[in-house]
Write a protein that binds this ligand. Structure first.
Ligand SMILES: [Zn+2]
Length: 431
């Protein structure tokens, strides 16, 4: 019986993918097994059954709906006269594939049913937790549940614009998504203050997009971009030196700084680095060789840069604190945490932006805040004023392949044109 079900599912999946390939006109990268398709495509064109979610539905009716607030799978199926014991069996069978309690409001579902004695009787239910997957609850013959992934295509896309109000508006107006805006803003965030972007700044972006049946479902990656900001070009090329993708400029320098300026999302700076301040607890003047960021207890604290944990411990004055050695030159320390993040311990590695603990007031502190200390060559310096060094550039071993790849991406960006109308308006305005 199990074998039969598996083979049925498999053959349906093959038919579905065959349909998919037959109706796809373009030839960009597609995940899937093309070898299987050749062998069945002739068969498929002869039969031409109506297929939905891999099921032949010719003799059935279809109802599409979305989950209402607090609605459960049994509420949905009972309306289609599925007996209690079948729903129970279904939930049990689904366990390893999909937790039926996770059915969420506003998600789409489809019921495939037949009228029996003038009552609708469900034969299958398909639930779509996201755009890329769907869960089939098959109620025909034997109860059976399976998860299918839709074939995803990765398509290269370009977008360009001349900014009149904001980067956000310009990307959206030219067909981009808020997700793309976020990625681009993150990428350039170290160099450009997007609050100060000027009208007339221009951008070209080359990126890849995930699509399902031609519909975009998300950005795969920003491949490269060029931003002209107050007449200076800022090139950005995605490149992996073996430790994940990072972004580099025309010379192979990282777009990222080695350190975050602020290792916490704070409400205000309650005390700056100073050689002389009145200590609220000790009630005397003494230097404050750190920056205090006021934030509520439990606010996450991020590692300012990659490095090795030199200390992660409780101490009388510093409270729960973590010190990170970033390299031979720089170290940072984070005091008064309510809690050190799990897994952060002496000798372990941390990545820039990783949560290393949570704001608190342990040790000598009057209220919840992070005291952030910054060392350069063994001397404590002002973390807010120090010139932050850039992150690792392209390594020597990768320089040739990076340069070749950069030129390739650049040539693609060069072919992208700016929206015509606007450029002409701007040029006319300049005369
Ligand atoms: Zn402090």
């Amino acid at each position: 019986m199990l074998k039969k079900t598996i083979s049925l599912v498999l053959s349906l999946a093959v038919i579905l993918s065959a349909y998919y390939f037959i109706y796809q006109e373009n030839t960009s990268i597609t995940e899937g097994n093309t070898a299987l398709v050749d062998s069945v495509s002739t068969n498929v064109t002869k039969v031409e059954p109506t297929i939905l979610y891999g099921m032949v539905i010719d003799s059935f009716q279809v109802a599409e709906n979305s989950v209402k607030r607090n609605e459960s799978i049994s509420d949905i199926l009972q309306a289609y006269n599925v007996p209690h014991q079948v729903i129970f069996k279904l939930a049990n069978k689904a366990r390893d594939i999909f937790d039926v309690r996770k059915i969420a409001a506003n998600k789409k579902y489809t019921i495939i049913y037949q009228d029996q004695d003038s009552l609708p009787s469900a034969k299958a239910m398909v639930y779509e937790p996201n755009a890329e997957e769907y869960v089939v609850f098959n109620l025909r013959d034997s109860v059976d549940v399976y998860l299918e992934k839709r074939p995803i295509e990765i398509k290269e896309k370009t977008i360009s614009g001349i900014i009149s109000s904001s980067l956000y508006n310009e990307i959206i107006n030219n067909g981009g998504t808020p997700e793309l805006v976020d990625l681009v803003a993150d990428m350039y965030g170290w160099q450009i203050d997007f609050g100060r972007i000027y009208a007339g700044d221009k951008f070209k972006i080359l990126y890849s997009e995930r699509t399902i049946n031609g519909e975009p479902v998300g950005v795969e990656e920003v491949i490269g971009a060029e931003l002209i900001h107050s007449n200076s070009p800022f090139l950005s090329i995605a490149f992996d030196q073996g430790e994940g993708v990072d972004y580099f400029d025309n010379e192979g320098k990282s777009l990222r700084k080695a350190f975050l300026r602020y290792p916490v999302k704070f409400s205000r700076i309650s005390s700056r680095y100073t050689m002389n301040r009145y200590h609220p607890v000790q009630k005397r003047n003494k230097p404050h060789l750190g920056t205090d960021f006021a934030a509520s207890t439990g606010t996450p604290i991020y590692a300012a840069g990659d490095g090795v944990v030199e200390k992660a411990a409780y101490e009388k004055y510093n409270g729960n604190n973590v010190k990170i050695r970033h390299n031979g030159t720089y170290s940072t320390q984070y005091l008064h945490m309510s809690k050190i993040a799990s897994g952060v311990r002496s000798g372990g590695r941390v990545k820039q932006g990783q949560i290393i603990g949570y704001v608190g007031s342990t040790g000598l502190a009057t209220g919840p805040h992070l005291c952030y200390r910054f060392w350069k060559n063994g001397k404590q310096v002002d973390g807010l004023k120090v010139d932050l060094p850039p992150s690792e550039p392209i390594k020597k071993d990768y320089l040739t392949s990076f340069t070749r790849y950069k030129d390739f991406v650049k040539s693609k960006l060069d072919k992208v044109e700016y929206p015509k109308e606007k450029e002409e308006v701007l040029l006319a305005g300049m005369q």
